[in-house]
Design a protein around this ligand. Structure first.
Ligand SMILES: *Cc1c(COP(=O)(O)O)cnc(C)c1O
Length: 433
């Protein structure tokens, strides 16, 4: 399968090229040329298939032409070594718990898949050493660092905004050592993302070392996220719910929801999507006005969604042929303040005994407000509440226990390198590596 650039000024790439490059040479995002429709028979029997079986069918549609079946199956099964349960919260609202992976956030799925696919190309095709640059507002860094830890032939540089990620998140990528280097940038997330993007465009740097991204701009990170949408629908089918399914996605860089939109394009029976924003509501404003105007991100308690210029917006546009009308016919939006997020988190815990994290709380609130009585809503619970321990405890006034998986990280020693947001200093650091 070939991948084209959303800017349409670069040559089409193979899967290997798209994964290794991350971003196209015209700074566009790679899109698969074809999105295959899955057969009706698959959707009919989906409820009887395992998560891994469903995921393999979806993976085969995207990657089957470029990765041999046995290897692809191994990559998928190895990536999804944990469950993604659908939990009933109240009325017609369900939570898809995406936090049962190693770093307790949904990004584990994409990060693990990408590291294994890149590892496959390095081994099989003799691809030379690759350096992964990843900008993070919290969860991406931990998922990518852990997904790639110890993978031969890959070095990971995690760039994160100083003082703007939670202590638990920080220790998940600053304590690993080995092939993982953490860079603490004096700036906000968008500065980190800008440094990474500039690095990819820098000729001298790219001659010096092979660079790639593991942000959701990378097709190998973002496409596998489609797997669990199908599995969510399968679990609803098992409960006898087949119609009027609405999926609500707490969104930042829009990689997660875009994977769901790809799923719908493949025939997944979902009626509509809701993109839930915090105060960084650039997409919400776009839906309302038809004008996309990025602006600097502001800090919120759902900090993994503090994105002022969502990269994957370009993919949403490409998927809908730039039509605002087509986009608004399938995607609704909403935006909440920190106070509203706190209120929903607290109410859900008190009334339904279900503890949300601040990101999931944005999704839950959107469904509570906008779901029609005939619809069934699934929100993606994107992280375990303990990842935002201080915030969640201050809202519910109770202690939140840290799962053993997370505790293990907190015992390590923090090691990071201080960096300004100035590209020249970042570049000279990389040239010395
Ligand atoms: C990354 C992240 C999001 C936002 O996902 P996007 O793909 O960037 O839209 C939401 N919640 C959590 C917990 C995250 O880590």
């Amino acid at each position: 399968m070939k991948y084209y650039s959303t800017n349409k000024k670069a040559d089409n790439a193979t899967l290997q090229e798209a994964v290794v490059k991350g971003l196209a040479s015209d700074r566009g995002l790679f899109m698969p040329e074809v999105i295959k429709q899955l057969p009706e028979s698959f959707f009919d029997k989906m409820k009887d298939l395992s998560f891994q079986e469903i995921a393999y069918t979806v993976a085969d549609a995207f990657f089957g032409e470029d990765v041999d079946a046995a290897s692809l199956k191994e990559i998928v099964y190895d990536t999804l070594s944990f469950d993604v349960p659908l939990v009933h919260v109240n009325d017609n609202i369900y939570s898809l718990e995406l936090f049962h992976g190693p770093t307790l956030a949904f990004k584990d799925v994409g990060a693990r898949f990408m590291s294994r696919l890149l590892g496959y190309f390095i081994k099989k095709e003799g691809q030379k050493e690759v350096n992964v640059l990843v900008a993070t507002s919290g969860d991406t860094g931990s998922a990518v660092a852990n997904g790639f830890l110890g993978v031969n032939g890959i070095h990971v540089y995690v760039l994160y905004p100083k003082g703007k990620v939670s202590p638990i998140q920080e220790c998940q990528f600053t304590t690993l050592g080995k092939n993982i280097t953490a860079l603490e940038v004096d700036g906000v997330f968008d500065d980190c993302q800008a440094l990474v993007k500039s690095a990819f465009m820098d000729k001298e740097l790219n001659e010096h070392m092979k660079l790639t991204s593991a942000n959701s701009i990378n097709v190998a990170r973002f496409l596998p996220q489609a797997f669990y949408y199908f599995y969510a629908v399968a679990q609803l089918h098992k409960l006898g719910i087949k119609k009027d399914i609405v999926i609500c996605v707490p969104s930042g860089n829009f990689g997660n929801i875009t994977a769901g939109l790809f799923g719908k394009r493949m025939g997944m029976p979902v009626k509509r999507f809701i993109a839930a924003n915090n105060k960084n509501d650039i997409f919400y404003q776009y839906l309302k006005t038809g004008v996309y105007s990025p602006r600097p991100s502001v800090q919120t308690i759902a900090n993994a969604m503090d994105v002022g210029d969502p990269s994957n917006f370009a993919r949403v546009l490409a998927l809908y042929g730039n039509s605002h009308e087509a986009i608004t016919s399938e995607i609704a939006g909403c935006t909440y303040t920190d106070d509203q997020i706190r209120e929903s988190l607290k109410k859900c815990y008190q009334q339904h005994h279900y503890l949300l994290d601040p990101h999931g709380a944005v999704g839950y609130r959107a469904l509570s407000e906008y779901l029609q009585p005939n619809e069934t809503g699934v929100f993606l619970e994107t992280a375990h509440p303990a990842k935002f321990k201080e915030t969640v405890e201050s809202i519910i006034g109770e202690n939140v226990e840290i799962p053993a998986k997370l505790q293990a990280f907190m015992k390590g020693e923090k090691k990071s390198i201080a960096m300004t947001k100035d590209f020249d200093s970042f570049k000279s650091f990389l040239l010395k590596q």
